[in-house]
Design a protein around this ligand. Structure first.
Ligand code: THU
Length: 134
């Protein structure tokens, strides 16, 4: 994990693309996420809502599902794109899901325009996370 000043451009582009694919007819709040797996593959995800609201999926969860479904088991960097100021951070449930696969990952919160890029990490977002006892 580097201390880069900005997220990889390809990852931002993938998250922006996912943002536009979000299915958010109920909240109208789109979220796009893209992660860089340790083997260099990029996986993206969008939020996918449901008329039964509790069945809605967050973008970060969609991206992690894509990673794991293709055999990926960890990632180095995650970009989350939202159209708000400041760009939104992952919800509590997503933080726990991120910890499962990448407790050491860098997380970038990026605005839709790409002009705002806030750097954080999974560890910073969820200190003291629950891990299954070894
Ligand atoms: N949402 C995400 O995709 N990620 C988060 O971390 C927070 C919330 C989505 C869920 C719902 O579709 C919409 O944003 C409003 O909560």
């Amino acid at each position: 994990m580097g201390q880069d000043a900005s997220p990889p451009a390809g990852l931002v582009a993938a998250a922006q693309r996912a943002y536009h694919n979000a299915y958010a007819p109920y909240s109208s709040f789109r979220v796009g996420a893209a992660l860089l797996a340790d083997d260099g593959r990029v996986f993206a995800g969008a939020n996918v809502e449901n008329a039964s609201y509790g069945l809605s999926r967050c973008a970060e969860q969609s991206a992690v599902q894509a990673l794991a479904s293709e055999g990926g088991r960890t990632f180095e960097t995650l970009v989350v794109v939202t159209d708000c100021d400041p760009p939104a951070a992952p919800c509590g449930a997503c933080r726990q899901i991120l910890v499962e696969f990448a407790p050491n990952a860098t997380v970038w919160l990026v605005s839709l325009s790409g002009h705002q890029q806030l750097r954080t990490s999974v560890a910073e977002l969820l200190p003291g996370a629950f891990r299954f006892p070894a």
